[in-house]
Design a protein around this ligand. Sequence first.
Ligand code: 5AD
Ligand code: SF4
Length: 466
Amino acid sequence: MTPPRKLHIKSYGCQMNVYDAQRMVDTLAGEGFVETASADDADLVILNTCHIREKASEKVYSELGRLRVMKDEAARNGRQMNIAVAGCVAQAEGEEIIRRAPVVDVVVGPQSYHHLPQLLAKAKRDGRALETEFPVQDKFGFLPPPKPDAIRSRGISAFVTVQEGCDKFCTFCVVPYTRGAEVSRPVAKIIDDVTRLADHGVREITLIGQNVNAYHGDGPDGRAWPLGKLLHRLADIPGIARLRYSTSHPNDVDDSLIAAHRDLCELMPFVHLPVQSGSDRILSAMNRRHTAAEYHAVIDRFRAARQDIAFSSDFIVGFPGETEEDFSATLALVTQIGYAAAYSFKYSPRPGTPAADMPEMVSAGEMDERLERLQQLIDSQQSAFNLAAIGSTVDVLFERPARKEGQIVGRTAYLQPAHVMASPDIIGQIRPVSIESLERYSLLGRLASRPIASAPSAHSQISTGA
Ligand code: 5AD
Ligand code: SF4
């Protein structure tokens, strides 16, 4: 019997890549590959890349430099190591990767992971292989379902892709180019995936997509189902205790989604709703197609449906033409809304996007300074949100042993890590926890005796997109 070949995948960027990496593992398991934790002893290393900002894509080339050394070392020891680049950099810069990095054997875009076995065979035959087409067929349908063992090792919380791609064309964003047009998976397939995951002990599902609330998959009734209706159906699956979704565009928040937040205790009251800027002038230049006031109105609809709801968001500072006044409008919006968490980025021109050709670049110094001010404000809001938990009793879904001996760690409704001293038996359970203190971003507490409330707990981060 030939020993299994070893596969190491390193994923960058959003949760979609984390999910895709799992599906690549499943696809290659059929070819006799098993996953290994380090690149050194791998027969195949896949870099699952992110193109969203410049820093993210430059990482690929520095990582390839390191892999070249490993590949040479393996060859000296008579072992062959193959290197593949997947993800959005592969999609956007496939030809350039081939030119710049001869160490790469396979380049594969996100729509073609089901072809990995054939691409590896082609690379063996021809030296190299590249596939970055957007095929017409639905790639979701071709990827094998995860094997039960693989599901078990993925724990209590899992991601399920329900939608991919984006038609919004925000002027700064590469996603519509790297991930293509919006496609939704059929409801039946999602139900199958979630049922299988639940049967193997998964308690929390995060539905992911670049613009997940634009979901409109074919339902069993022959109609297109909106996200809210899908969430209602998934909440009925036995074993599923928590549902989340990420990431959303404010303009695609429809009444079905608001109703789901009102009606479903399984749906966590924590929503990632990127706004990018608080200035109407900049929002318009970004092609976001909504104003700051309209964003506020969307937030108000969520809050009216569920009073304990909290929000996170994404912000870009230094978009071309952003003045101090525009930036102040962003600070004002953050102050008015009050976020539980948020991500902020310096604008990074992405080749091929309309904003990359806009004049009036904001200077690096100004960008740094604005980022610092925005992050300080967000940090203070996040700290206040976390501190407010002290003294209260909150539901925690326990996921795994913590690093500290005897401690078990889980997540609250708002994705805050929460640690208690307890037996590992509680893993997979939602238990009330009295929160006693805060250590950096983690809540510390002890198991409380209050019976498990029907009220929910948690959401998942993040995100390319929306
Ligand atoms: N520059 C900086 N940030 C960006 N994002 C997307 N594209 C860019 C860019 N060109 C951010 C947005 C998005 C998040 C995933 O990444 O805030 O919501
Ligand atoms: Fe689409 Fe989000 Fe990118 Fe806008 S920022 S183009 S909504 S993925």
